[in-house]
Structure formats: structure tokens, C-alpha cells
Design a protein around this ligand. Structure first.
Ligand code: HEC
Ligand code: HEC
Length: 187
């Protein structure tokens, strides 16, 4: 008799619990409807579906139009960061195997006459083997892989990153080869 009573009490408890769970999931669905769910098509700041790259554009971005020789250099993002291209790249990109206009002005032997910043020592070293080269290291050939033009934008999310610099000069010049081994122990 006592045992029977115990079992029915247990059953009642299980039943009450499962009803409670079902009720909770109903409540959750109701709440989800109320919070105005964002669909995958609406997700992100690009205001177009995530499933089509062709439609994804950055409308309104204005790039520098000053031709090389008339632009103002841009402060580096942090010590030894690749500098942004301050001048127009119209007609200079894309870089191809047979045509790299950038080197025409930036190779050290040309740069002075062109008033351009010479390509630094780091680009003439194979850093994997530490071998110094007479020519540009091929891994540096595609300049726009690392150096890009800067657009004048009104960002949706403000970037509060503040780069650190070892010296005042570091804001406009680099010295990577002098300190690339900093903190590296020979042992
Ligand atoms: C006609 C010569 C010329 C060509 C071609 C040229 N540049 Fe320049 N570049 C300059 C000059 C001159 C400056 C200095 C800013 C100025 O006077 O406009 C400069 C500045 C830069 C800077 C900023 C350097 C710094 O220390 O702030 C970068 C990066 C750069 N150019 C990359 C490139 C890349 C990449 C290409 C190829 C897509 C290229 N340049 C093509 C002449 C040239
Ligand atoms: C793999 C990335 C990468 C590629 C590719 C690359 N650079 Fe750089 N560049 C950097 C970085 C990082 C720096 C800053 C640190 C340093 O000097 O190495 C730099 C610095 C520079 C500077 C500033 C030098 C100074 O004294 O302040 C110039 C000019 C430059 N690069 C031009 C070029 C040109 C032109 C090409 C293509 C022929 C090129 N770079 C390809 C990463 C790259």
C-alpha cells in the first residue's frame, strides 16, 4: 500500500516536471518572437545576404586621389607596421608577374630621384634562411598584399586601438631589421 502511494507520487512529480519543461520551451519561443530575431540574410553590417559576395560592397568609400608625389604620408598603425599607400593607385594595380609599377619608384636606386620612400632592407632578405639578397625577395613582390590604400570612411564601429612606438621616428619610418631579433635568445 505504502509502496503504491510512493510510486504514484513519483509519477505525478515526473508528469508535473515534463509539463513544466514543455511550458518553458513555449515561453522561450514566444520570447524569441518578441525580440525580433535577425535572420542570416540581415546579419552583419553589409546589409546584404551572407550568401552572395557579388552583392557585398562598401558603398561610399572614397580613396585618396592625390597622385604619387603629391600625397601626405600616413602615420603607421604601430611600430614597424606596413605603411598605408597615401597616393592614388589608379593605373598601378593590379601587380602582375610582368608589371610591377611600384618598384619603378620605390626600389632604393630609384626612390631618391622620385621623391619616394625606398623599399627597406627587410624586403631584400630571405627571413627564413637569413640570406641577404641582391634583388627583392619574391615574397615581397606583391606589394599590395601588405600595403593598401586608405579610404576616408565613417566607420560604424570606431577603432580605439592605439599603436605603441619605440621612438618618435617610428610613426613615419621603420627599422625592422635592427630589432627583429629583439627578445630572441641564442640559447
Ligand atoms: C610615380 C612614383 C610612384 C609609384 C609608381 C608608386 N609610388 Fe608609392 N610613393 C611615391 C611617393 C613620391 C611617395 C611619398 C608620398 C608622396 O609624395 O605622394 C610614396 C609613398 C608610398 C608609401 C608610404 C610610405 C611611407 O613610409 O609612408 C607606400 C606604402 C607606397 N608608396 C606604396 C606604393 C605601392 C604599393 C605602389 C604600387 C601599387 C606604389 N607605391 C607606386 C611614389 C610612387
Ligand atoms: C609581406 C608583407 C609585405 C610586402 C609583400 C611588402 N611589404 Fe613593404 N613593408 C612591410 C612591413 C611590415 C613594413 C614595415 C617594417 C619593415 O620595414 O620591414 C614595410 C615597409 C615598407 C616601406 C617603408 C620603409 C621605411 O623606411 O619606412 C616601404 C616604402 C615599402 N614597405 C614598400 C614596399 C613595396 C614597394 C613593396 C612591393 C615591391 C612592398 N613594400 C612589399 C610589409 C610588406
Amino acid at each position: 500500500m505504502r509502496k503504491g502511494y510512493f510510486i504514484s507520487a513519483l509519477m505525478a512529480l515526473i508528469l508535473a516536471f515534463s509539463v513544466g519543461c514543455a511550458k518553458n520551451s513555449d515561453v522561450k519561443q514566444e520570447e524569441d518572437k518578441k525580440v525580433n530575431l535577425i535572420t542570416e540574410e540581415e546579419l552583419g553590417y553589409r546589409t546584404t545576404t551572407l550568401y552572395d559576395e557579388k552583392l557585398a560592397q562598401t558603398p561610399g568609400n572614397v580613396y585618396h586621389t592625390e597622385i604619387a608625389g603629391t600625397s601626405k604620408r600616413i602615420e603607421r598603425a604601430f611600430d614597424n607596421a606596413p605603411p598605408m599607400i597615401p597616393h592614388s593607385t589608379e593605373g598601378l594595380l593590379p601587380i602582375t608577374k610582368d608589371n610591377n609599377m611600384c618598384t619603378g619608384c620605390h626600389m632604393p636606386e630609384m626612390a631618391k630621384a622620385m621623391g619616394a620612400v625606398p623599399i627597406p632592407k627587410s624586403h631584400f632578405v630571405n627571413l627564413r634562411t637569413n640570406q641577404e639578397l641582391d634583388t627583392l625577395y619574391q615574397g615581397r613582390f606583391n606589394c599590395s598584399q601588405c600595403h593598401t590604400p586608405q579610404a576616408k570612411t565613417d566607420p560604424i564601429v570606431e577603432n580605439k586601438f592605439e599603436g605603441a612606438f619605440r621612438t618618435k621616428e617610428g610613426r613615419f619610418s621603420s627599422n625592422l631589421m635592427d630589432n627583429i631579433n629583439e627578445g630572441v635568445s641564442a640559447d
